[in-house]
Design a protein around this ligand. Structure first.
Ligand code: FES
Length: 107
């Protein structure tokens, strides 16, 4: 089984807004859109602004600093000035808890 970190209950995450979570030294931006959860790297690939503070619309997040848009599904940079994708993390809901998969399967 993949190692996972419990981030909290589903209700702890407001809809259509980002929440920054630090897992070790990795900054992750978690988004809840309806019943779906997304987790991407929190540092914008352009100049490291926090994507968790960005505005969310139609499955994308807009960087609060210079406005680049990123796909919550793929992490791809969709508009300039960002040109590099941000990482995407596995995230799931189990028994009302939000779990972030943080490592490789050791089996
Ligand atoms: S820091 Fe995000 S677009 Fe510049």
């Amino acid at each position: 089984m993949m190692p996972a970190v419990r981030l909290g209950t589903v209700d702890a995450f407001p809809e259509n807004r980002g929440v920054r979570v630090d897992v070790g030294d990795v900054r992750v931006a978690v988004f809840r859109i309806g019943d779906k959860f997304y987790a991407i790297g929190d540092r914008c690939s352009h100049a490291e602004a926090s994507l968790a503070e960005g505005e969310v619309f139609e499955g994308d997040v807009e960087c609060p600093r210079h406005g680049a848009e990123f796909s919550l599904e793929t992490g791809d940079a969709l508009t300039l000035p960002a040109t590099q994708a941000v990482p995407v993390f596995d995230i799931k809901v189990m028994d009302g808890d939000v779990l972030l998969v943080v490592g490789e399967d050791e089996t």
